[in-house]
Design a protein around this ligand. Structure first.
Ligand SMILES: Nc1nc2c(ncn2[C@@H]2O[C@H](COP(=O)(O)OP(=O)(O)OP(=O)(O)O)[C@@H](O)[C@H]2O)c(=O)[nH]1
Ligand SMILES: [Mg+2]
Length: 419
C-alpha cells in the first residue's frame, strides 16, 4: 500500500471534463456496481475522444511545416509529413493528425503577408476560433504581422507562444566567424573573443524580446528551437510549457502525442496514465470483462488488449516508434530492443492478457488510490464492494504493473538512445 504523502499522481477526476466528473460521482454515490461500471466505460470512451487543435502560424518560410513535423516526431520525407521547402509551399490550413493519436491535430497555416494572403483578412480566413492555442514562428525577427496576430489571438481569449526557429542555423553562421580552436577570427566588440553557444543564444533571445517590446507586446517568453534537433535548445521546455498550460482534461491527450524526449515527459505520461488505472478498473466491475481462469467469464479480454497496446504505443514500444528512434539516433534497432523487457505493441494478444491476469490475481493492490479516489465519494456499500472485487483488483494489479514496466522500458530506451 502506498504510504501517506506518497505521490499519487494528478488530482483524482482532474482528467475528466467537469460535467462527466459529476455524472460519475453521482453514480458512485448511488451505489450500483453495474451502473458505475457502465458510466465509467462511457467516461473513458469520451476521454478517448478529447481533441486538441494546435495552430502553427507565422511568416512565409519561417519553418512552420518543419515545426509541425518535429512536434509529431516525424522527419521530412516520412509518410504524412507537412511538406517543407525553400519556396512558398503552404496556401491553406493543412490538417495533420498525429499518426497514433489522431485526436491531436496540428494545423499548418500558410505564411501571412504573402501576396495571396493579406494580413487584414488572414485571421478570418484561417477560422481562428477552432484552435486551442497558437504557435507563432519566426526565423529572424518577429514582424509587425506576428505582433498583430498575437494581439488578435489574445483578443479571442486564446493562448499563443512565440517560437524562434532555425537556431541551429544561427549557431552555424556564428561558428564560421571563429577558427577551429574557437577564437574569433576578426576581433569585434559585439562578439565574445571565444565561441560561446550560450552567449549567442542569449543574444538571440534578447534580440527577440527587444523586438517584441518595441512592437508594444508585454513581456512574452520566446522559445528558441531547431526543428532538426528536437531534444535540444528550448524544444523540450516548450512542450512542457504547452502541457502545463492546457486545461487538465486535455493534458493526457497532448502528452500521448509527445515524443519521449526526456525522463520528465516519461514520468508525466506514467503519472497521468496511472491516474486512469482506477477508472479502467472500475470499468471492469460488474460487467465481467475480466476473463480470469477460476473466476471465469466468457467475455473477451479485448478491452485490456487495447489498453496494453496503447500503453506500448504511448511509451514508444512499437515497431514504428523504435524504427524512428533508431534512425534519428543512428543506433541499431537491436540495441534498443535489447533493453526492453515488456512485449511490443504487436505482441499483445488475448492469450498474453489472460496469462498476465492469472498472475495478477491476488496481487497487492495499491489501496491508497482506491481510498483516495473512490471511497470519499462512493456510498459505503460500493466502497467495500469495489475494494473487495476480484475484477477490480486483478485489473488494477495488471494495468499498474504493466504501466510501470513499459515506463521503465521506455526510460532504458531513452538512455540507450542518448548514449
Ligand atoms: N537549419 C534549419 N532549417 C530549417 C528549420 N526549420 C525549417 N528549415 C528549413 O527552412 C525552409 C522552410 O521551411 P518550411 O518548414 O517549409 O517553412 P514554412 O514556414 O512552412 O514555409 P511556407 O509554408 O512556404 O510558409 C526549408 O528549407 C526547411 O528545410 C530549422 O529549425 N533549422
Ligand atoms: Mg509550410
Amino acid at each position: 500500500m502506498a504510504g501517506a504523502g506518497e505521490n499519487l499522481g494528478p488530482e483524482p477526476f482532474s482528467s475528466i471534463p467537469p460535467e462527466q466528473q459529476e455524472e460519475l460521482k453521482a453514480a458512485l454515490r448511488k451505489g450500483n456496481l453495474e451502473a458505475v461500471a457502465s458510466k465509467t466505460r462511457e467516461v473513458l470512451g469520451n476521454l478517448d475522444k478529447v481533441g486538441l487543435n494546435i495552430a502553427v502560424t507565422g511568416i512565409a518560410g519561417s519553418g512552420k511545416s518543419s515545426f509541425v513535423n518535429a512536434m509529431h516526431g516525424l522527419d521530412d520525407g516520412d509518410k504524412d509529413t507537412a511538406s517543407t521547402g525553400v519556396t512558398e509551399t503552404t496556401f491553406k490550413p493543412a490538417c495533420f493528425p498525429h499518426s497514433q493519436n489522431p485526436n491531436v491535430i496540428i494545423w499548418d497555416l500558410p505564411g501571412i503577408g504573402t501576396p495571396t494572403l493579406r494580413a487584414d483578412t488572414y485571421l478570418q480566413q484561417m477560422q481562428f476560433d477552432r484552435y486551442d492555442f497558437f504557435i507563432i514562428i519566426s526565423c529572424t525577427r518577429f514582424t509587425e504581422y506576428d505582433i498583430k496576430l498575437a494581439r488578435e489571438i489574445q483578443g479571442l481569449g486564446k493562448r499563443f507562444y512565440f517560437v524562434r526557429a532555425k537556431v541551429d542555423q544561427d549557431l552555424d553562421n556564428e561558428r564560421r566567424l571563429y577558427d577551429q580552436s574557437g577564437c574569433l577570427k576578426k576581433p569585434s566588440a559585439s562578439r565574445p573573443p571565444q565561441y560561446d553557444e550560450a552567449v549567442i543564444l542569449k543574444n538571440i533571445r534578447d534580440n527577440c524580446n527587444g523586438n517584441l517590446e518595441t512592437g508594444g507586446m508585454d513581456f512574452q517568453q520566446v522559445f528558441l528551437v531547431s526543428n532538426w534537433y528536437i531534444n535540444e535548445y528550448d524544444f523540450p521546455r516548450l512542450q512542457e510549457t504547452l502541457l502545463h498550460e492546457l486545461p487538465s482534461h486535455k493534458r493526457l491527450t497532448f502528452l500521448r502525442s509527445l515524443s519521449n524526449l526526456s525522463k520528465e515527459t516519461l514520468k508525466e505520461k506514467k503519472n497521468y496514465l496511472m491516474d486512469q488505472v482506477w477508472l479502467k478498473s472500475l470499468a471492469s466491475l460488474g460487467a465481467s470483462v475480466v476473463p480470469v481462469p477460476g473466476f471465469a467469464t466468457e467475455r473477451s479480454a479485448v478491452l485490456l488488449v487495447t489498453s496494453l497496446k496503447l500503453y506500448c504505443q504511448d511509451f514508444g514500444l512499437d515497431k514504428d516508434s523504435l524504427d524512428g528512434i533508431a534512425r534519428r539516433t543512428n543506433k541499431p534497432i537491436e540495441e534498443l530492443r535489447a533493453v526492453i523487457k515488456s512485449p511490443l505493441a504487436h505482441e499483445i494478444t488475448e492469450d498474453l492478457v489472460i496469462k498476465l491476469l492469472s498472475e495478477a490475481v491476488g496481487g497487492a493492490v495499491n489501496y491508497a488510490l482506491v481510498f483516495k479516489n473512490i471511497l470519499p465519494i462512493a456510498c459505503p456499500v460500493i466502497g467495500s464492494a469495489v475494494s473487495g472485487t476480484v475484477s477490480y483488483n486483478t485489473t488494477y494489479t495488471l494495468l499498474e504493473g504493466f504501466l510501470n514496466d513499459v515506463a521503465d522500458d521506455a526510460t532504458r530506451v531513452l538512455e540507450k538512445a542518448s548514449k
